[in-house]
Design a protein around this ligand. Structure first.
Ligand SMILES: *[C@@H]1O[C@H](CO)[C@@H](O)[C@H](O)[C@H]1NC(C)=O
Ligand SMILES: *[C@@H]1O[C@H](CO)[C@@H](O)[C@H](O)[C@H]1NC(C)=O
Ligand SMILES: *[C@@H]1O[C@H](CO)[C@@H](O)[C@H](O)[C@H]1NC(C)=O
Ligand SMILES: *[C@@H]1O[C@H](CO)[C@@H](O)[C@H](O)[C@H]1NC(C)=O
Ligand SMILES: *[C@@H]1O[C@H](CO)[C@@H](O)[C@H](O)[C@H]1NC(C)=O
Length: 768
């Protein structure tokens, strides 16, 4: 895997004739050094893996933004010649890196139009009229030969089932119909090769299978940041879907268990005379990775091995199954592990997969066929892909897939099992055997990474899993019996205080719904208010007062809409989203609440498989009388009010009290109180609290198995019983009306789920 091992790949092709001629010419003594005369490179340098001995590899290096041309490496063969041989008429030099051709955009223009695009060249993209753009409208050619941002796609709403998947730079696509089961196929043009899914299928859920492919040059590597983002988000998905969220630091213990077992198998290529330094880098990177994974409450079982011609096992997964292994010992074992003299001149990649397959068979035998279904397997292999013994690992990988996919063959059947198997390949080296390695990957999303060396790997893994993000699971909170300010903050880590300081200062509550967004009431704003008039207070480690970048009111909110119909102030669609300038720092004191119809909320509600908005609503608002809570600000902390939403048959009686509100002259309560509101208040069957001035915009929420879900938002009431705020109880006829968030999902989704911007990570909303 380090540059030292590449000779193994070439050894496959070593010519015995060459060896023989060398042997004879040297009079029976094999003594064939290559020569370094004339190997210098214009504008760059080279390193040798084993000086000028046979099997040594010469690896060229160029400054950032350049690549070695016409070849990246040369190998010293047995007959003391280099392969490929240097060519007199094409001297080795550093060439400026190009990016793949972006002029593959359909239904739009690329400017400037050029035949070739080099590092730092900027391109802009525009769609023809009638077409709208997704992806980046401006892209810059990066030093690794990739374009910044994401593929621009111009499409128009043609009622297709799946969205136009676009065409990545440098690629061609066949397939222009995007209905269920339709396929698109990609190839890369010229001397580019394809990384990712060469074929994608439009699925029933409106998503394409696989992941957008990209066209790489032989000299294209993934940056550490790209690797940590892609691998990090993928492994995080695996871990968070299995995570038993556990909070044991203070107060009561909160545990949200998930069943299933995670098995992680790691293999590191150390073939032939591995230099100590490279081996240590690899070993430390693996240690870092398992340390990072241990910051989740998932406790995986590990199999860890190093390999060349032989397998050198370091950690045995069966010890985990027997309960004999613990993580701290694994790290100790790894740290103490040194390569002995047993690294041979060979690389057997197939043996690695066979070894893993055997382990899986034992696990299956012990767990039984039913139990084994709950096991997830993550295989992580670090190699350059050069093997010279054992044959291709592809058939063995197929057996592994069969075992985990339970012999399912059709795409649809396989999909249901896909999340149970991930095979990641970290292809590392100056010469990578992409064609051999890419087919070994498995799983959803990017599983193939190309890196030049192992040096940055530890750093890459360090960035992969940010513990703070793990705490970002929506609605997670602590539960205390004590009521000081700090514990309140952790009980309601999403609550925010909003001040709009224009002509007449207004104060509202709000809820953090993502690291950049606060949900509040539209009526907290008046015409003429600007983002600079608004401040949000939520105390993370970076300070209490947050600057606001923008705010958006629901487009249908119009307080005067029913003035003619006897409703002086009409509060339908009373919701607004405030976008902060910067992400808040997520911690146990500052964390988003769950909102309706997101995938995260389905996870919080433990809805497995494909879930719907309706299922969420049925779980959360299932009774005709649903106990809900909202907050009121007391000093610089909050108190919790308790109310009962009158739903179903109880609703009509509840909302009729709306007619007593000042400014309402209609005699039909459904005119001011549309179906978008929930009604609380009154004395029967329970005496509710009443919303006070200043409670507006706050979350109306419900706790479901230790996660907080916001179902409503405090909007307006019939009686102003508490101008000064506080914990005030309802009288017989006082009623409050709260926006039902399930009725304003399109608005929430349009802003929070917006995936055509680069400012924030969009929340994932459910399709139905
Ligand atoms: C693109 O990059 C090349 C090489 O650096 C440079 O000569 C050319 O001017 C650039 N083109 C534009 C439009 O910036
Ligand atoms: C895990 O959950 C599934 C469905 O929720 C259930 O059928 C299965 O028996 C559970 N397995 C274990 C080991 O608890
Ligand atoms: C490899 O070397 C180590 C340390 O010298 C030794 O303990 C181990 O048994 C050897 N493994 C094989 C497969 O030869
Ligand atoms: C899958 O197929 C293999 C080979 O045909 C067979 O040995 C195995 O029992 C099958 N597994 C299942 C779960 O059906
Ligand atoms: C989504 O983001 C894009 C790019 O910033 C913006 O043009 C568009 O208006 C946004 N959509 C909504 C509904 O905010």
């Amino acid at each position: 895997m380090s540059s030292l091992l590449f000779n193994m790949g070439f050894s496959v092709n070593w010519s015995w004739f060459a060896a023989l001629s060398c042997l004879l010419s040297m009079g029976g003594e094999v003594w064939c050094d290559c020569t370094d005369t004339g190997m210098q490179m214009e504008g760059g340098s080279y390193t040798l893996t084993k000086q000028l001995q046979k099997g040594s590899m010469l690896v060229y290096q160029c400054p950032s933004g350049y690549y070695p041309y016409p070849t990246l490496v040369r190998l010293c063969q047995l007959d003391n010649t280099w392969r490929p041989a240097p060519k007199r008429f094409s001297p080795q030099r550093c060439k400026r890196v190009e990016c793949p051709d972006p002029n593959v955009l359909e239904y739009g223009n690329v400017s400037p139009p050029q035949e070739k695009y080099y590092v730092d060249n900027e391109t802009t993209y525009e769609c023809y009229s009638g077409y709208t753009m997704r992806g980046s409208s401006t892209r810059v050619c990066l030093p690794n030969g990739k374009w910044s941002g994401s593929t621009p796609i111009c499409s128009r709403d043609s009622g297709d089932h799946c969205a136009d998947p676009g065409i990545p730079a440098g690629a061609s696509r066949t397939g222009n119909i995007f209905g269920i089961d339709d396929r698109v196929r990609y190839t890369c043009n010229g001397n580019l090769f394809l990384v990712g899914s060469s074929e994608r299928v439009c699925q029933e859920n409106g998503q394409w299978t696989g992941k957008e492919p990209a066209c790489y040059y032989k000299h294209t590597y993934d940056t550490p940041l790209e690797v940590s983002e892609a691998f990090g988000s993928s492994i995080k998905d695996t871990l968070t879907t299995l995570e038993s969220t556990d909070d044991t630091q203070e107060g009561r213990k909160i545990r949200i268990p998930k069943n299933g077992t995670l098995n992680i198998y790691i293999a590191v290529d150390i073939s032939e005379s591995i230099e100590k330094e490279h081996f240590i880098n690899a070993r430390d990177a693996v240690t870092k990775l398992i340390t990072k994974i241990s910051s989740f409450s998932v406790t995986p079982n590990y199999e860890i091995l190093f390999f060349s011609a032989d397998i050198i096992g370091v950690v045995n997964i069966l010890d985990f199954l027997d309960g004999k292994a613990i993580l701290s010992n694994v790290k100790n074992t790894l740290e103490k592990f040194e390569v002995g003299d047993n690294n041979t001149a060979g690389t057997d990649l197939n043996a690695v997969f066979e070894h893993f397959l055997e382990r899986m068979a034992i696990i299956k035998q012990r767990a039984g066929p039913e139990g084994f279904k709950e096991h997830r397997h993550v295989l992580i292999v670090f190699t350059d892909g050069a093997y010279n013994m054992g044959g291709s690992p592809e058939p063995t990988v197929k057996k592994i897939k069969n075992m985990v996919y339970m012999n399912h063959t059709t795409e649809r059947e396989t999909q249901s099992r896909e999340e149970f198997l991930d095979i990641y390949v970290f292809a590392i080296g100056a010469e990578i055997y992409d064609d051999d390695l890419q087919p070994l990957t498995a799983g959803i999303g990017k599983h193939y990474f190309r890196m030049k060396d192992i040096e940055n790997l530890q750093e890459t893994f360090d960035e992969i899993i940010d513990e703070e993000e793990v705490k970002g699971l929506c609605g997670l909170h602590k539960e205390y019996d004590t009521y000081d300010k700090d514990s309140k903050r952790k009980m309601y880590p999403w609550w925010a205080y909003i001040i709009v300081q224009n002509e007449r200062p207004k104060r509202c509550l709000g809820s953090l719904v993502s690291p950049k967004f606060i949900l509040t009431a539209a009526h907290c704003f008046t015409f003429g208010d600007l983002p600079e008039h608004v401040t949000v207070e939520i105390n993370d480690e970076q300070g209490r007062v947050k600057k606001v970048k923008d705010f958006k009111l629901h487009p249908n909110y119009n307080v005067n809409a029913k003035a003619e119909l006897g409703v002086k102030e009409f509060y339908d669609y009373d919701v607004a989203l405030i976008q902060l300038e910067k992400d808040v720092r997520i911690s146990s004191s500052v964390r988003p609440i769950c909102i309706p119809c997101t995938q995260e909320t389905s996870d919080a509600l433990q809805l497995v498989g494909e879930s719907t908005c309706k299922q969420q609503e049925q779980l959360l608002l299932k009774n005709h009388l649903e106990k809900l809570n909202f907050l009121t600000k007391i000093g610089d902390s909050v108190d919790e009010k308790e109310v009962h939403a009158k739903l179903g048959d109880n609703r009509d009686d509840c909302i009729r009290h709306a007619l007593q509100a000042p400014g309402i002259t209609t005699d039909n309560p459904k005119v001011p109180v549309t179906d978008n509101f929930m009604c609380t208040g009154g004395l029967t069957p329970f005496r509710d609290h009443i919303a006070c001035t200043g409670d507006s915009g706050g979350a109306v929420f419900k706790n479901y198995q230790h996660r907080t879900i916001q179902v409503g938002m405090v909007s307006w009431g019939t009686k102003n019983l508490c101008k000064a705020g506080g914990m005030v109880e309802s009288v017989e006829s006082s009623r409050d009306f709260h926006m039902n968030l399930f009725r304003v999902v399109p608005f929430l989704k349009s802003v929070l789920g917006n995936d055509t911007q680069d400012d924030y990570a969009p929340l994932q909303f459910l399709e139905n």
